[in-house]
Design a protein around this ligand. Sequence first.
Ligand code: PEP
Ligand code: MG
Length: 583
Amino acid sequence: MSFSLHGLAVSHGIAIGRAHLVSHATLEVAHYTIRERDVALEVARFDVALNTVQTELATLHDEASGPGAPAELAAFVGIHAMILADPLLSEAPRQLMRERRCNAEWALVQQMEQLVGHFDEIDDAYLRERRQDIVQVVERVLKVLTGRPRKLGRRGKGTDKDDSELIIVAHDLSPADTIQFKTLKIGGFVTDLGGATSHTAIVARSLAIPAVVGLHHARSLVRDNDLLIIDGTRGVLIVEPDLRVLEEYRLRKSELELERAKLKRLKSAKATTLDGEDISLQANIELPQDIGQVKDVDAAGIGLFRTEYLFMNRDELPTEDEQFESYRSVAKAMAGKPVTIRTLDVGADKQARALRSISGAERQEPNPALGLRAIRYCLAEPQLFMTQLRALLRASHHGRVRILVPMLAHVAEIEQTLALIEQAKGQLREARVKFDEGIEVGGMIEIPAAALVLGPFLKRLRFLSIGTNDLIQYTLAIDRTDEAVSHLYDPLHPAVLRLIAQTIQAGARAEVPVAICGEMAGDPALTHLLIGMGLRQFSMHPSQILEVKQQVVMADAEQLGLKVARLLRCDEPDKIREQMERL
Ligand code: PEP
Ligand code: MG
């Protein structure tokens, strides 16, 4: 049966492919209705799975009883076999399948939840542990029922046609999960949770794969291997589309590919407005391997290297040498073009396993977006910070490296950071290690307090970069990862526009360059607005650069300046949108 779900469009394009369900909790299963005449078949499928696991456990028991095997293992396997044989686990799900015409996986999990619910109330620790045994046995049966997870192919090696792209369906994905898609051949992904500027969504855009988040029930309604269409532009997921819809989307997909191919002609064009203003279009990257994409569009530099991704999906922290190699490789590849490397911005939705060993990271934060993240975390962990600073400074000998500091709000934070940079320089001088003595240090403007009181920032820093993702989050008090309030996350809110415009204008007066590296910079619908505000440096995912360049070459900066000055005087959202149409 075909149906569609609506969520938030976070990464444009169309993907057509087969569903691959992923979950952090193995026991999250789909629920679907079985036709009356197929119920007996579903029960038989369940029985086959029980028998398979019974055989598995018997084999395991034989092996565990042999010489050399730890004594507890046989006992433990024996308990699992007993649990499996108990009618409480086999008969009740059969009954549920017959009564409710539901699938076997769902019936089994329902019964399991009933059983383990009682265990939670037991005081005895030994008995409580049996709860985990029941869960493990159920997991074994579910594995047989749902089949082994398909192996995900490496990117670039697949020969799949469009309909066999792999589409990830998850309840939620962390940025650390998503960054792994860079090396996998994934057609797109959809999640139940998430906001449009969550880091998961940002990574999707950097991968240039279609994605829809905030779908609420996709993970429970979609089944493994269902045929899916992701419309990443409209925020729609179509499950098991009929042939007519499928043909329509295939056509749209090839049209989009054609448009993308045409855009490539702009690669060598200068990013200059009609009235001769040069606009610098730089790239945001997460990992050194993104440089290939940066070169493909001939970006003017790296405006934001989010170094926290080097710390994810690993148990150990990257060493100074390892970090140095990553930064140096990017600096060298950019051959003299600016490479703006941001110091570690962990915390909130960006968590890194390797940091758990450090104090503070394990703490349950009451409000992570307002907690110990980014520069606050680095200043609380000076050893970790100094390692990164030395690696950055060493890399500055190999290209035009600039240091960008995230989440600054207080003058004291700037001063402490600059002092630590001086200290790192001193250590390198002492060790006779070369670095760029004149390395520029800049700050992110992403907390309203910084945008409102810019003087101290302009005095102490050599450049500024506006992080609109967080600036919007903190100005409007909207958690950028929470789909429940995503409709209120509005880049065109007059308060947001004024903070951005003020920052750009104050930078121009003080002759301190100001860039934007938040998601607003990569949205072609906002290019004219930002040029009209006086912005001359944009940084975005490489996949967005040519589309934005197309807008730049059609812009008249002077005319836009006049129109935007008028727009900025509006307080009414409707008027702002009306004036946006005229830009
Ligand atoms: C921002 O906040 O706009 C930004 C660029 O930083 P991040 O998205 O990594 O928080
Ligand atoms: Mg930010």
